[in-house]
Design a protein around this ligand. Structure first.
Ligand code: ASP
Length: 418
């Protein structure tokens, strides 16, 4: 039955929101004991999502790029996409910069009393040069096997361009093949998403049950500062971009994006959320595959507004805790490296915090004290990670909608699709 004929409690986005609420209650009441009983539900769901990512990205990009063709059309789309990424991330960074300078959460923060965690090893590039070298795969099958998203994206774009340049017969055959394979992947994605409420329940129960709410007190003001600036970007800046650049009503866009937002919140991973984002942007927001296949997979790894904001705000916070006064020049270095770091951050949980060391290095903040502060930040990172991941994927969807409008697509966010 189509979703619009269903009573509200059988609609997917309500079921996901109810699962989040239920997971919070069960986690709080059941505590650590309940975790082993439900954690597998979340793990299973994330595995299902990850299972579809590589074939989904490959078929989506190849069929999208093959239909755009190479040359000027592709160049224009690429330019608009990069332009949007830089604009939205820069606006996010300035929101963080402003909030930390205004509220000054690091002055007098009680880091010594806070719980601390050891920083995990995440494979993240350490310089722009390394990032660039990382994009080109040596072996495309190995890149796919390791879910190395940027490398898969790079190869898929080239393959799409190659197909677009073929003579009519083979070109049409391959366009049809990848187009049909993409439709099959989207159908599969739709099937997996039906299990979202159960998966989200498992994820949230595990999260709340294993961490409780205690450890969040020590760094309260810092958390509030980050949450406020993320909220400003999510509820003021991005809606303004939608309105001004795309003439799109933000309220409709928000409602069409409820499922991916809830999913980003529950998984803390833009990568794992990508199938759900693509499903909503194409089937609800109404963006063509030609645009969404270009803006969304690349956006999931490259365009991270929430993470960029966090890099900047986090480094300024650390400087405040250490009593270091960063000059305007140094703060500008932070802004610039925060942008680069967010591009390099992997689309997985906690990547944003691990990569903060790049930005710290750029302004010479290093040493054991920095390690202790980042450890304390890590102990309370999960809720912030959930929120910045939601901001990350929402910015991608806004970009896709705005670029679609600029490319002459009509019917973008004209109605709320249940
Ligand atoms: N978890 C975020 C994401 O996947 C990255 C981050 O840690 O900021 O988008």
């Amino acid at each position: 039955m189509p979703q619009e004929n269903l009573p509200w409690y059988r609609r997917l986005h309500w079921q996901i929101l109810i699962a989040m609420a239920l997971g919070t209650v069960v986690g709080l009441v059941g505590g650590t004991e309940v975790v082993p009983k439900v954690d597998w539900l979340g793990t299973l769901f994330i595995k299902l999502l990850k299972m579809i990512i590589v074939p989904l990205i490959l078929t989506s990009i190849v069929s999208g790029v093959a239909s755009v063709g190479g040359g000027r059309d592709l160049g224009r789309l690429f330019g608009k996409t990069l332009g949007y990424y830089v604009l939205s991330s820069a606006l996010a960074i300035f929101a963080g910069l402003f909030a930390v300078n205004l509220i000054r959460p690091g002055v007098g923060a009680n880091i010594v009393g806070a719980e601390s965690k050891t920083i995990p090893e995440l494979a993240t590039p350490s310089s722009p040069k390394e990032l660039l070298l990382d994009i080109v795969p040596e072996n495309v099958v190995a890149a796919a096997a390791e879910s190395h998203m940027l490398a898969v994206i790079f190869f898929s774009i080239l393959l799409g361009m190659a197909i677009a340049g073929l003579p009519d017969r083979p070109r049409e055959t391959l366009q049809q093949f990848f187009g049909a394979a993409f439709q099959a992947m989207m159908r599969l994605t739709g099937g997996v998403i039906r299990f979202a409420p159960i998966g989200v329940f498992g994820l949230i129960t595990t999260l709340v049950g294993s961490s409780g709410l205690e450890s969040f007190r020590a760094l309260g003001l810092y958390m509030i500062t980050i949450a406020l600036s993320l909220s400003f970007h999510l509820f003021v800046t991005l809606p303004l971009l939608l309105l001004v650049l795309g003439r799109i009503r933000p309220s409709i866009h928000f409602r069409n994006m409820v499922e991916p937002l809830a999913m980003a919140f529950s998984t803390s991973s833009s990568g794992a959320t990508l199938p759900v984002t693509m499903n909503a942007v194409e089937n609800k927001v109404g963006v063509s595959n030609r645009i969404s296949s270009f803006v969304l997979p690349m956006g999931a790894t490259v365009n991270m507004d929430g993470t960029a904001l966090y890099e900047c705000a986090g480094v300024l916070f650390i400087a405040q805790v250490m009593g270091v006064d960063l000059s305007i020049g140094a703060q500008l270095v932070v802004v610039f490296t925060a942008l680069l770091a967010s591009i390099g951050a992997a689309a997985v949980p906690s990547a944003g915090l691990v990569i903060i060391f790049i930005v710290l290095e750029a302004v010479n903040l290093r040493g054991p004290e920095v390690g202790v502060i980042v450890g304390a930040m890590l102990a309370i990172d999960r809720p912030l990670d959930m929120y910045r991941t939601a901001v990350n994927i929402f910015s991608d969807s806004c970009g896709a909608a705005i670029i679609a409008v600029s490319e002459g697509e009509s019917d973008i966010d004209t109605a709320v699709v249940p």
